[in-house]
Structure formats: structure tokens, C-alpha cells
Design a protein around this ligand. Structure first.
Ligand code: GLY
Ligand code: MN
Ligand code: MN
Length: 443
């Protein structure tokens, strides 16, 4: 996540207003950024901003606070404040540049900005007089105590008025994050394009490298060369039956000619994730059994994609994928019995144990509820999701030998449009013929 967001300041401020418009009158929102996480002694893990804070601010420094009020102020109907790390030449020599209070006030067009060391007094002054406090308990558990202390102090004061309701900001904010703006979709397209390039590079390199981690390196090289700061999640490079371990991230095994390799890897670009899986033969050519199973997963994905559009649901597409997969498993002799019966007893679960997809955005498993009032949520234009059927055949004696230990997933990212969907990740080959052509140097 770089600090240079190509989303305009206007859009961030609009998001803040949109949030406040949904709040009770006389409400105040307090939301804080992430902090550095120590790895050992004085070494930290790479900093990754809190996605909710980033969504509202585009600010990529740790230990900052955003405070928004919809109580009438001198500047209109909204009061916007932040607390940030103050400039500190000594700290900045050791740990890097800071925007500082004055520049943050200007850049974020704030009513007030102050040093984060003053947050206790700042909150005491800003919360006073509000009826409702939007704060997400346990989101940053280390700050819950501070909020409680501020409220206690306001309650104890004869002249102050403490908020009498604490409301979690997550449902409102996460509903906003679920519908992506044009600017967000442009960034997600960029994350997807970089990730497609990376998968193509890995396919091209597969015959000439020896280990799973070397394919991961090909992927990560492409991410970096295109300005993607990091993978959006730990990359999975599972060859042979490692592909049957859904979250296999060791990536340590030697590649074996004749096996498939499953790569689930996506770039993070300006905070936004891509999440692509492709499965292909290390030799460049699918065996008959590998091709049969691969085409079955591909058919399931195509059938699911046919369903996905506005007013449809992810669950409907999930059911269609299960029908195709179950019928195919019977046709290949991997499952025996009546297809409807096998579906109702969930026999496919032995081979396909995850859902069809998930929301995608600033987080790879992005926020937003999947059900509304107990019913599957209808899709709307601007929602971005993955479509990722798979089959993971265990190496067990009752399975036809040719299929044992094969794991296949095909995962694409789509945005729902007014009249259907747009596939963000269609620049990396997916059919058997297209993959084999690329690997043969013919594409
Ligand atoms: N890469 C994680 C997932 O596909 O959900
Ligand atoms: Mn994935
Ligand atoms: Mn996924």
C-alpha cells in the first residue's frame, strides 16, 4: 500500500460525508489507523494500514486518528479532525518521513489537526456534547480503554455531556465499502492486470525453474516491477498434491514434471487486492486425466459466471457450480450414485469444500455481509467478487488412480455491472489450449 493514492481527496471527503449522513444527529465518529507490529526486538513487520481507516482517509501512516462530527460547526454541517504523528527530525532520521500536523491539516482539508500524543485531551474536548459515539469496540482493542476513560471523565464532569450511546461503525462503513466507486474499480483493474502478467510469467517460467518458491519469485518480481507494493495475501504455489491443501503457503517443494501446479496469487495495488488462481501442467501439457478434471472445473466456473449479475445472488451461482461439479464427478467415475441425491447429501464436499467466492476490495476477503435479513444478498452494480470453484481429489484408494492427488482451482475477479458482470482478470489464459499455447511459446 503506497501513500500516494490516486483516489482524489474529494472522494475521501465525500466518503466521510456519506458516512456521517447515515448517522444519528449529533454523532461523532472516532476511527484509528493501524500501528506498527513488532517482529522481533526493534524490527517490525511491514506496515499495512487498517483498511477501514484507509478507505476514509487514504492516509498510510501508523498511529493516526480520524474524528468526524455531524454537529453543526462554524465550517458547515460537518467537523473533521485528525490526530497524526508530529514531525520529529530525530525519529524521521531513524524511521522515515512523517507528514506532520500542519501538512496533514492542509492535505486533508481538516478543521483541526493535532499531534497524536494529545489524543486523550483531544477526544475529551471533541466528544463533549455529542449524543452518539461511533466507535468499534475491539477493532483496535488497545484503544478501547482510552475511549472508556474519556467517557468516564465526561460523565464525572458537571459541565460536560458524554455520549450516551456507543454504536459500532462497522455495519455502515462496510456496506459502503462493498460498492466500489469508478476510481476503486480502476485500481482493482490495475491490481488484476499486474496479477495476470505475473501468472503469465509463472506459466512461461515453469519448465525452467525447479522449486515452488522460484515460481513465487517470478510472481513477486512482476508485482514489484509494476509498482504493486506487496502480494495482497500469502501466495500459494502448490505443486502435485500440495494443491489439495487450500492454504498451502510453504512453497518449498521441488516441481515434478508431469504434475500440475496451482498458483493462487494476487497483487495489492494502492491498497486494493486481486485474487487469481490458475492451475497448469509443469511440463506445459495436460495429461488426459488432468485435462478432464480441469475442464470440469472450468465448466463449473463458466456456468457460475452465467448466473452472476445484478439481482442474482452468489449462492445461486454456487448451487449451479455444485450441480456441474457433481455431475462431472459422476461422469468421471469419482462419485457414484444419483446426482440429485449426491448433491443433497453434499457428497461433493469431499472434493470441493469451500464456497464459490467472496467479496474483494481493500481486503482479499473483503468486508460486507452476505445475507440481509436472513436472505442471500442480491448483487448490485459495483460489487466486486471472486468466482473460484475447485476440485481437490484426495490420494485415497477408492478414487480412480489417474485422479488421485490432483488439486485444481480456477479463480477470477468480477465486477457486477448494470447488465451483467465484467471480468477483471481475463488477461491470463484459462482454457487448456490457451495455457498450453502460452507455455509452448506460441501465444
Ligand atoms: N486467496 C484466498 C482465496 O482465494 O480466498
Ligand atoms: Mn485466491
Ligand atoms: Mn479468493
Amino acid at each position: 500500500m503506497t501513500s500516494l493514492s490516486s483516489i482524489s481527496q474529494k472522494e475521501y471527503i465525500q466518503r466521510q460525508h456519506t458516512f456521517l449522513e447515515q448517522c444519528e444527529p449529533n454523532s461523532i465518529l472516532v476511527i484509528r489507523s493501524g500501528s506498527e507490529t513488532p517482529r522481533s526486538r526493534d524490527t517490525d513487520y511491514p506496515f499495512r494500514q487498517d483498511s477501514d481507516f484507509y478507505y476514509l482517509t487514504g492516509f498510510n501512516e501508523p498511529d493516526a486518528w480520524l474524528i468526524l462530527s455531524n454537529r453543526t460547526s462554524n465550517h458547515g454541517d460537518v467537523y473533521r479532525a485528525m490526530a497524526v504523528r508530529p514531525s520529529d527530525p530525530e525519529q524521521e532520521i531513524w524511521h522515515g518521513r512523517r507528514l506532520g500536523v500542519e501538512q496533514a491539516e492542509q492535505q486533508f482539508e481538516l478543521d483541526m489537526c493535532f499531534a497524536n500524543s494529545e489524543i486523550d485531551d483531544g477526544l475529551l474536548a471533541l466528544l463533549d456534547g455529542h449524543d452518539h459515539l461511533y466507535w468499534s469496540l475491539s477493532h483496535h482493542v488497545e484503544s478501547d480503554e482510552l475511549i472508556q476513560s474519556v467517557i468516564s471523565q465526561l460523565k464525572a464532569s458537571r459541565t460536560a455531556h458524554a455520549p450516551d450511546r456507543i454504536i459500532d461503525w462497522q455495519p455502515k462503513l462496510h456496506a459502503m465499502r462493498l460498492i466500489k466507486s469508478e476510481a476503486e474499480i480502476a485500481l482493482m483493474q490495475k491490481a488484476a492486470d499486474i496479477s495476470c502478467e505475473a501468472h503469465k510469467r509463472a506459466m512461461t517460467a515453469a519448465k525452467s525453474v525447479g522449486f515452488e518458491y522460484q515460481l513465487a519469485a517470478e510472481i513477486h518480481h512482476t508485482f514489484a516491477m509494476h509498482g504493486a507494493s506487496a502480494p495482497a495475501y500469502n501466495s500459494i504455489v502448490g505443486s502435485g498434491d500440495n494443491a489439495c491443501i487450500l492454504h498451502y503457503t510453504e512453497n518449498t517443494d521441488e516441481l515434478t514434471h508431469g504434475d500440475l501446479v496451482l498458483i493462487d496469487a494476487g497483487a495489492e495495488f494502492q491498497g486494493y487486492a486481486a485474487d487469481i488462481t490458475r492451475t497448469f501442467p509443469i511440463s506445459g501439457v495436460f495429461s488426459e486425466a488432468q485435462g478432464n478434471l480441469y475442464n470440469l472445473v472450468l465448466d463449473a466456473q463458466a456456468a457460475a459466471l452465467d448466473v452472476l449479475g445484478p439481482r442474482r445472488t452468489l449462492a445461486q451461482a454456487g448451487e449451479v457450480a455444485i450441480e456441474v461439479l457433481t455431475q462431472g464427478l459422476v461422469d468421471l467415475g469419482i462419485l457414484q450414485g444419483d446426482v440429485d441425491g449426491l448433491i443433497s447429501e453434499k457428497a461433493y464436499r469431499r472434493f470441493y469444500m469451500h464456497g464459490l467466492g467472496h467479496w474483494l476490495g481493500l481486503d482479499v476477503h473483503d468486508v460486507g455481509v452476505y445475507k440481509l435479513e436472513g436472505k442471500d444478498r442480491p448483487l448490485l452494480a459495483g460489487m466486486v467478487l471472486t468466482v473460484e470453484p475447485g476440485l481437490y481429489v484426495p490420494n485415497e484408494p477408492d478414487i480412480p488412480k489417474a485422479y488421485r492427488g490432483i488439486g485444481i482451482r480456477i479463480e477470477d475477479n468480477i465486477v457486477i455491472t448494470e447488465d451483467g458482470h465484467h471480468i477483471l482478470t481475463d488477461k491470463v489464459p484459462k482454457s487448456v489450449a490457451a495455457i498450453e499455447a502460452l507455455m509452448a511459446g506460441k501465444a
